[in-house]
Design a protein around this ligand. Structure first.
Ligand SMILES: NC(=O)c1ccc[n+]([C@@H]2O[C@H](COP(=O)([O-])OP(=O)(O)OC[C@H]3O[C@@H](n4cnc5c(N)ncnc54)[C@H](O)[C@@H]3O)[C@@H](O)[C@H]2O)c1
Length: 364
């Protein structure tokens, strides 16, 4: 690890309690300084909580522009902690990014515009945030020679999978949506910076996440919330599109492992093997809520909608020993219960537009 870590000085009276020694005057402890981008969003906020619960060897700075997906209250209870600092700012702002990167050992880059439907209606902000934002971070990371750059990417960069088999990390990228194209471009930049400048990068390509704090525009929370507010549940096309679901805590654990042991320059697919058709997921959610299935309403399909996502995650399982710990059905039940119990979280951020049956036709 880097020698540029933050030093905290523990006074001798605390040391006494910690180590039961009367001789030491002070102890200097080195902490890894982690810069998280997009930490007010769904996965980023779960990841920051995970790190602060699981690790006592780091501090976290969270850079987030409070765009779509961000909810300030997601981490407001952490703002009193000395180990956590929130900075409102944009990854495309070279000055802000360079300043933060000077005091960074490890960057974990989540920040992105993330909704496929919005990317169809307004692709330009996806280009800016996801490609230019990543580029600015990479530039600052190489100038400041940080120890590790963990880039968070998605299964969508491979495009639609055929009926059988799963994509491996060496498969070609074949984006269907502007969102996916912007993520694939960012992945290419990360790979190029590793090869050209020896940037210490690791890329994580993960399947669809679900869990608490996911913004209501996404499929599972939208299904739960629509049912709770008495709206019909829109299913695109015939609902046969297959996604491989992973509970967000399992992905956070994979990222944590990649920080410590991820091979430099490596790409890791992350998947749990829960391949389910969208219609089946909507049915399971309604079952958990004890709501009638006739709330399901078939609507026009989204343009270029990928039929199946499927990843081969043997590399991360073999190299890092990662595996998922959460059973899909139990985690789905917990997630549904979280949205039922946390109406105060989602009620202020929903609107007819966010819950629109065809969001790609809306103006964003
Ligand atoms: N959600 C999934 O199922 C999934 C699956 C695989 C990969 N990913 C990837 O994981 C990452 C996080 O996804 P998520 O679902 O938590 O997204 P999210 O939409 O919930 O959160 C994204 C966060 O990034 C912030 N942000 C966006 N543009 C920014 C910018 N230019 N500068 C600073 N902050 C900015 C937003 O304000 C928000 O807080 C993304 O890179 C996404 O591509 C998500």
């Amino acid at each position: 690890m880097s020698s540029r870590k933050e030093a905290i000085i523990i006074p001798s009276n605390c040391l006494d309690a910690l180590f039961r020694t009367r001789d030491a005057k002070e102890l200097v402890v080195s902490l890894d300084r982690i810069l998280v981008t997009g930490g007010l969003g769904f996965i980023g906020s779960n990841f920051i909580r995970h790190v602060l619960e699981e690790r006592d060897d780091c501090t976290i700075v969270n850079l987030d522009s409070i765009s779509f997906g961000a909810v300030r209250q997601n981490l407001s209870d952490l703002e009193r902690l000395p180990k956590y600092r929130f900075v409102k700012g944009d990854t495309t702002d070279a000055k802000v990014v360079d300043k933060l990167m000077r005091d960074t050992d490890i960057a974990v880059h989540f920040a992105a515009e993330t909704h496929v439907d919005r990317s169809i209606s307004n692709p330009e902000i996806f280009l800016r945030s996801n490609v230019e934002g990543t580029f600015r971070l990479l530039e600052a990371a190489r100038r400041n020679k940080i120890t590790k750059f963990v880039h968070i990417s998605t299964d969508e960069v491979y495009g639609s999978a055929p009926g059988h088999g799963s994509f491996s990390e060496t498969d070609r990228l074949r984006s269907s949506s502007p969102y996916s194209a912007s993520k694939a471009a960012a992945d290419m930049f990360v790979e190029a910076y590793h090869r050209t400048y020896a940037l210490a990068s690791v890329t994580m390509r993960c399947t669809n996440n679900f869990g608490p704090y996911q913004f209501p525009e996404k499929f599972i929370p939208k299904t739960i919330i629509s049912a709770l507010v008495g709206k019909r549940i829109p299913i695109y096309g015939s609902g046969t599109q297959i996604r491989d679901w992973i509970y967000v805590k399992d992905f956070c654990n994979a990222i944590d492992m990649a920080i410590d042991r991820g091979r430099l320059g490596a790409i890791y697919n992350v998947s749990s093997g829960n391949e389910l058709a969208n219609l089946e997921v909507a049915r399971l959610v309604l079952e958990c809520l004890e709501k009638p299935l006739d709330l399901i309403h078939f609507v026009e399909d989204r343009p270029a909608h990928d039929l199946r996502y499927s990843l081969d995650s043997r590399r991360i399982r073999n190299e890092l020993g990662w595996k998922p710990h959460h059973d899909f059905r139990n985690a789905l039940k917990e997630t549904v219960a979280w949205y039922v119990d946390n109406k105060a979280w989602w009620q202020p951020i929903i609107s007819d537009k966010i819950l629109s049956p065809t969001p790609w036709k809306e103006k964003w």
